[in-house]
Design a protein around this ligand. Structure first.
Ligand code: AMP
Length: 285
């Protein structure tokens, strides 16, 4: 099972992904989590991504595409994976298509979690307040300003993916404002339908047997050519080839060139002889 969870920050992609991982025994690939791990480990990618992420903007496409290309090679992805937070732009989606094609893999579904942005902002603010109360570490981009920026980026750069996958008939939409359990159940139904074998196509009625081609009407030959054909001798080569039991030379075999030449010659002769005859007649008169 390979699927994409699509939705703005705070829509519940992470929560649903955790449940799907359990159910289908597949890997959860969150580019946000991987980038945060890179920041914590102070890798070159982490250092590059740190400030970008804190502002709520997107990390360059080639960085995340590179991360995903490496990640799906790993053993835990053999059974499938959930992409959470990737792709986030059309070029990322195109790169993913190319990557999957190259590995002869296909996506089973793209599930969009549809949410009301105003309620979403409220939800995220509540979550941040609760985390602060519990004394938990808060993400650098978990504040109202960065969240507003992330939503704006989502609308501008990620939402076009709804059309991208819609056009490819891969998109299924779920009401993300329903309870977590209801959303899980709905996603389960979508994935079950995606995994079901496609209904067999009705068989095309057998084509009626092609009629034998009707012989083409012969071209009308000029009387001179007709006579010429009659009088024309078969070229020697054909005769001798036949005698020897060898295949006839090409021109003769094709039934044309050799014979046509001979016919033309005789036709010319006939026309000349007729003209001579006419001359003689007029002289006599
Ligand atoms: P997330 O945890 O998915 O909300 O991602 C947090 C931040 O990581 C985003 O606001 C981006 O700065 C960065 N990020 C995560 N995934 C991507 C991606 N696919 N493309 C670009 N930036 C990403």
């Amino acid at each position: 099972m390979r699927l994409i969870l699509l939705g703005p920050p705070g829509a519940g992609k992470g929560t649903q992904a955790a449940r799907l991982v359990e159910k289908y025994r597949i890997a959860h690939l969150s580019t946000g989590d991987m980038l945060r791990a890179a920041i914590a480990a102070e890798t070159p990618i982490g250092l590059k991504a740190k400030d970008i992420m804190a502002s709520g903007a997107l990390v360059p496409d080639e960085v995340v595409v590179g991360i995903i290309a490496d990640r799906i090679e790993q053993g835990d992805c053999a059974n499938g994976f959930i992409l959470d937070g990737f792709p986030r732009t059309v070029p990322q989606a195109e790169a993913l298509d190319a990557l999957l094609k190259q590995k002869k893999l296909k996506l089973d579904a793209v599930v969009q979690l549809l949410v009301n942005e105003a309620i979403l902002l409220q939800r995220v603010e509540n979550r941040i307040a609760q985390m602060k109360e519990r004394g938990e570490a808060i993400r650098a981009d978990d504040n109202v300003d960065a969240l507003a920026k992330r939503l704006e980026v989502y609308r501008g750069q990620t939402e076009p993916l709804v059309h991208y996958y819609g056009d490819r008939r891969m998109l299924a939409t779920v009401d993300g404002m329903k309870s977590i359990d209801e959303v899980t159940a709905e996603i389960g139904r979508i994935l079950a339908a995606a995994a079901a074998p496609a209904p067999a196509k009705p068989k095309k009625p057998a084509k009626p047997k092609a009629k034998p081609a009707e012989p083409r009407p012969a071209k009308k030959a000029s009387p001179a050519a007709k006579k010429a054909k009659k009088t024309a001798k078969r070229p020697k080569s054909v005769k001798s080839a036949k005698k020897a039991g060898k295949p006839a030379p090409k021109a003769a075999k094709a039934g044309g060139k050799g014979l046509k030449k001979a016919a033309k010659k005789t036709a010319k002769k006939t026309v000349k002889t007729r003209a001579k005859g006419r001359k003689r007649l007029t002289k006599r008169r």
